[in-house]
Design a protein around this ligand. Structure first.
Ligand code: GTP
Ligand code: MG
Length: 441
């Protein structure tokens, strides 16, 4: 049974013109609405070429109607899909016809939310639907498909099973306390903990990679004027986006570009050269540069090869953000070498591959053999918390032989894993997740 009694409708295709456009309807009134609009009776899962009529019996278009009978549908409810020509005027009319016949407009993500509430998908899969739609690289799309088909959730189940094994073992030992099971001496339990630990680590790595594919990292290029910051941006994007001149203080505005390195999105920001200036325009540029620096995941601090980075300038940078030193213009200084930073030439392209590799490494993007799993911050945070509880459970056994505490830690770890799949969670979390979907999904 659906948790919702009303019937929802939305245009499911992107706005603009296209060969076809789809209006999707879900809920108990779907079949009735189909009858009103098509004047035909539809059989489940059979495409039917049919006229679509408005409430006042004018012909809107001819197209294909498909009816999916509950529970065998995306949402688990009765679902109707009306495929017309891909023109928004027609699609709006179809949507109006559905509404006049008792549907209401769906909220963003409401179809998927219903699929989740009707146990068609767990929360990780529901989020993967949205991530798949948003994926901007092939690698991100593959990671989202893996999560959507249940790979992530399957890994969570494997961890849960290992965790429950440990828990059952410890709790049953507690129940038979008179037999004095010495946890310390029990190597089987130690083995189980190490399996558990490996499983969580592996999933964290694959999720971390997925999260990187989804969000990427943001790097800000900074340094003194004329060191080649804008040239570096142009080299990395492969386009002459930024103006490059030999006049110090060329760049004033903040310039943002997005590229991908092996599928990992990289948001690159070029900024004004940092120096004291009397020019109010340049002063504003420097102020904006500093504002960008404070939001970076990593700073690329560029100096000309052969020069020492200006310590005073370095001291002015936010100290909580990691920094890579880039020695640019290596073509001008063939004799220069350094282990402190990356040597490259924005002009000749020398060292740029090494820079890309360096950025991948800094981000922790290493492409696991099993493949990345699309994940979000909330999944990773919950996995880290689960890992901490598991570590604490192991410690409580080893150092204190405290079975009760250990069992309690494992229970807390289990809760964290259940939060990921949505078995355990709050309505607020659901609201937060589904509201970020696009309409019609
Ligand atoms: N030889 C050589 N010249 C370079 C290299 N990179 C940049 N330049 C030159 O250095 C000058 C300044 O380059 P920009 O990219 O504008 O430097 P910037 O750091 O953005 O300068 P501002 O915007 O003024 O802060 C230009 O004449 C570039 O052609 C390089 O790798 N080798
Ligand atoms: Mg510049």
């Amino acid at each position: 049974m659906s948790a919702n009694s009303d019937t929802i409708a939305a245009i499911a295709t992107a706005s603009g013109k296209g060969a076809i456009g789809i209006v999707k309807i879900s809920g108990a009134r779907s079949l009735d609405i189909a009858r009103q609009i098509t004047r035909q009776s539809l059989l489940p899962r059979q495409a039917r070429y049919t006229p679509f009529f408005s409430d006042s019996s004018t012909l809107i278009d001819r197209g294909v109607a498909i009816y999916f009978k509950a529970p065998d549908s995306y949402t688990g409810e009765d679902v109707l899909e009306l495929q017309s020509h891909g023109n928004h005027v027609l699609l709006d009319q179809l949507l109006q016809a559905a509404i006049q016949n008792g549907a209401r407009i769906a909220r963003p993500g409401e179809f998927t939310e219903r699929a989740y509430l009707n146990d068609k998908l767990d929360l990780v899969q529901a989020e993967a639907v949205s991530d798949l739609i948003e994926a901007s690289t092939t690698e991100a799309a593959s990671a989202a498909v893996r999560s959507l088909q249940g790979d992530f959730s399957a890994q969570i189940s494997v961890i849960l099973e290992a965790l429950i094994n440990c828990r059952v073992y410890i709790e049953s030992a507690l129940d038979f306390a008179e037999e004095e099971i010495d946890f310390l001496k029990d190597s089987a339990l130690g083995e189980q903990f190490s399996v558990l630990d490996d499983l969580v680590k592996q999933l964290l790595q694959r999720s971390h990679e997925g999260a990187l594919l989804r969000d990427g990292i943001s790097i800000v290029i900074a340094g003194r004027p004329n060191v080649g910051k804008s040239s570096l941006l142009n080299r990395l994007t492969g386009q002459a986006t930024a103006i490059v001149t030999d006049i110090a203080g060329t760049t004033r505005d903040v310039l943002k570009e997005k590229i991908s390195i092996d599928g990992m999105p990289l948001h690159i920001v070029d900024t004004a050269g940092l120096r004291q200036s009397e020019d109010p325009v340049e002063q504003e540029g420097v102020r904006r540069a500093h504002a960008q620096l404070s939001q970076a995941d990593r700073i690329l601090f560029v100096v000309e090869a052969g020069e020492t980075p200006d310590q005073q300038l370095l001291d002015e940078l936010p100290d909580n953000i990691p920094l890579s030193l880039i020695f640019n213009k290596s073509d001008r200084h063939p004799e220069f070498n350094s282990t402190e930073g990356i040597l490259c030439s924005a002009k000749s392209g020398e060292g740029i591959d090494a820079l890309r590799e360096h950025l991948k490494q800094c981000a922790g993007y290493q492409k696991t053999a099993e493949g990345a799993l699309m994940a979000r911050r909330r999944h990773i945070d919950a996995l880290i918390r689960a890992q901490q509880h598991i570590e604490s459970a192991h410690r409580n056994l080893l150092t204190h032989a405290a079975g009760e505490l250990s069992a309690e830690d494992l229970r807390l770890a289990q809760d964290q894993l259940n939060i990921i799949t949505g078995e355990f969670g709050s309505d607020d979390l659901l609201g937060e997740i589904f509201s970020r979907f696009c309409i019609g999904k």
